[in-house]
Design a protein around this ligand. Structure first.
Ligand code: GLA
Length: 384
């Protein structure tokens, strides 16, 4: 949590005016259902108590002036000269502005300050949080009347066009739409959703951050997405009604994709089975059967690692290591992969001991610090 007063003071120092609005938009976790969103499948995310904060004010001219506290960096561009830039971080903001401009919405020049406590590169969707905070803030600042769901889509398109990642809708949707103490069962085919109470009794969610982010992450992500689309195209030649892996069964993959491309077959089968695991996990959560939920998480990790091949040694090690403890019901890598965090379902009374045990072993093996992050399922984007 970053104090409102601290943000106001920094904004005033930087831009010599008061912020008109301050918005917080949270990072997210996902209980299960990875790489399913862009395949019209299901996901089970929720927002966390760590957020990106954006403060804004209007300007008289048509300039956009940005300042990011994390990088101690500023950036300036004219509203009519926006394009993707080398620096990285401005793209998440500029990509959103570009969406608004393309929709011919009445956006003028503005100052924007960013701060936050979502760890960057940890797979907690700090970029989606920044996109959603920006969209929400500009929506209020220029009275654009955009609905929440639309803000999520704008964030996703910003990611596609300015960050170059063909992501699904999960991260932005979770940042904008989440409800405290609930997870969202989101059907990415039609964006229908249900809030499910996240009742974990004497268990807690613990994230373990590998503190690695492999550089191939975004290209591999786009490659996986392309494999899935090719698999769908092959099935569609025989079943014209099929539009996504959501409409595909393992039998169809066995018959049509396996003979053509074994690797593509395995990738597509993972997605179909990940949806099945999510449904089993969701039913278990509703029934209070946390053992089964945990087992599905372990199975999901095996699939992500061995079949979809988006894990890495550090993530695999963390998941394997916790299996020896009966107090840990489930664990898996979370998010796009190739680094970031594992999500663990751990007996609350065992959390500290687990951190104590696993941290030095991890350090010894990888010469990296492990960061434990406790998260609380929280509300989506809001004005401060
Ligand atoms: C990233 C993307 C999401 C989703 C996950 C994998 O977080 O931004 O859209 O595809 O990876 O589940």
């Amino acid at each position: 949590m970053i104090a409102k007063q601290q943000i106001e003071e920094r904004f005033t120092t930087l831009f010599h005016t008061n912020p008109a609005h301050i918005v917080r938009s949270p990072g997210r976790i996902n209980i299960i259902g990875e790489h399913t969103d862009y395949n019209e499948g299901f996901v089970l995310p929720t927002a966390i108590d760590k957020a990106i904060y954006v403060a804004v004010s209007k300007r008289e001219d048509n300039l956009i002036e940005l300042y990011a506290e994390d990088f101690q960096a500023s950036f300036e561009v004219a509203l009519d000269a926006i394009q993707p830039v080398e620096q990285g971080w401005p793209n998440y903001i500029l990509g959103v502005v570009n969406q608004l401009v393309e929709r011919r919405l009445p956006v003028g020049g503005f100052n924007l300050y960013v701060n936050g406590d979502v760890p960057l590169g940890a797979g907690l969707s700090s970029s989606a949080a920044l996109e959603c905070a920006t969209g929400f803030a500009l929506n209020v600042l220029f009275d654009l009347q955009i609905e929440r769901m639309e803000l999520a889509k704008i964030g996703q398109l910003a990611e596609h066009t300015f960050a170059g990642v063909n992501c699904g809708i999960m991260d932005q949707f979770a940042s904008v739409m989440s409800k405290a103490n609930h997870v969202i069962k989101l059907d990415c085919r039609d964006l229908s959703f249900d809030y499910k109470p996240l009742e974990l009794g004497e268990y807690a969610i613990l994230l373990l951050n590998t503190n690695v982010k492999h550089s191939l992450a975004s290209s591999a992500y786009n490659d996986r997405r392309a494999s899935c689309e090719k698999g769908v195209a092959i099935v569609k030649e025989h079943h014209p009604q099929v539009n996504s892996l959501r409409d595909v069964s393992v039998e169809m993959l066995d018959e049509f994709v396996k003979p053509v491309d074994q690797d593509m077959y395995i990738k597509c089968r993972f997605v179909v089975q990940e949806n099945e695991r999510l449904n089993a996990a969701c039913n278990a959560l509703e029934a209070g059967d946390l053992e089964t939920l945990g087992q599905e998480m372990f199975k999901a990790h095996m699939g992500l690692s061995q079949e979809y091949e988006v894990s890495c040694d550090e993530l695999d090690f963390l998941v394997e290591y916790v299996k020896q403890f009966p107090e840990v019901l489930g664990a898996r890598m979370m998010g796009g992969g190739f680094g970031g965090c594992t999500i663990n379902l751990v007996k609350t009374s065992f959390v500290d001991l687990l951190i104590e045990r696993i941290t030095p072993v991890y350090k010894n093996k990888f010469e990296l610090d492990l960061t434990a992050i406790n998260v609380v399922p929280s509300d989506g984007t809001s004005l401060m």
